[in-house]
Design a protein around this ligand. Structure first.
Ligand code: ADP
Ligand code: TYD
Length: 199
């Protein structure tokens, strides 16, 4: 397996970063070259977005949605450079995050249009959607006890989860596999690994 783009999606607290790290370790141990990354990215635009999400910088919803799309376009160039040399790229969030989250307060049509260029440039070979109830996700977020971000209330997490499940059905280009994220970490890691083995 080489030059594959694998994306983790799911509501906040669904276990994306835990599972991404587990998969990266396993694939690395098998001898693959793995590059891990995330959106918002670690670049300048990603940094600005994080300031907006935590309320440290005042940014309205539409501006943040535009920044997510801009961040993604520069990130795609970086991802492609890694794919070109045959690496496995594991990414925490991608286009589906914009469609699921930013369409809560803005129209899905507009968010889709902002992401049209990214959609044309790069699709995931596999999207792992970690599906978890909003109650369990919030419980985990509170236990993690870091800064609670803009989208982390029960009703928002519920809406985002429903949106993800709908998008998984209507966007075959994202190659979504839905994983039951209510299971224990080892069981989920096994399901995630099995999904990648089919690539
Ligand atoms: P995300 O990246 O999707 O926000 P994390 O991987 O940070 O989620 O997980 C959120 C919290 O839940 C962390 O404290 C993590 O240790 C814990 N966690 C992750 N997976 C599970 C699981 N399957 N069962 C119980 N707790 C989990
Ligand atoms: P992240 O740091 O991954 O949060 P967590 O680790 O808690 O899952 O993402 C930050 C927030 O940004 C998260 O609530 C989802 C949101 N987001 C969007 O609204 N649109 C996007 O395009 C992306 C990539 C993230």
């Amino acid at each position: 397996m080489s030059g594959r783009f694998i994306v983790f999606e799911g509501i906040d607290g669904s276990g994306k970063s835990t599972q991404l790290a587990r998969l990266a370790d396993r694939l690395t141990a098998e001898g693959h070259i793995v590059w891990t990354t995330r959106e918002p990215s670690n670049g300048d635009i990603g940094h600005l977005i994080r300031l907006g999400l935590t309320g440290k910088s005042k940014l309205d919803e539409a501006t943040i949605a535009l920044l997510f799309a801009a961040d993604r376009l520069s990130h795609i160039e970086e991802i492609r450079a890694h794919l070109a040399v045959g690496e496995l790229v594991l990414c925490d969030r991608y286009i589906l995050s914009s469609l699921a989250y930013n369409s809560q307060r803005l129209t899905l049509e507009w968010i889709l249009s902002l992401n049209r260029e990214a959609d044309a440039r790069l699709h995931p070979d596999l999207t792992l959607l970690l599906d978890l109830s909003e109650q369990e996700a919030l419980h985990r977020i509170e236990a993690r006890s870091d800064v609670v971000e803009r989208y982390e209330t029960l009703s928002q997490l519920y809406q985002v989860r429903q949106m993800y499940r709908m998008l998984a059905d209507v966007r075959p280009e994202d190659n979504v596999t839905i994983i039951d994220a209510s299971q224990n970490i080892n069981t989920i890691a096994e399901a995630v690994y099995k999904a990648t083995a089919e690539l």
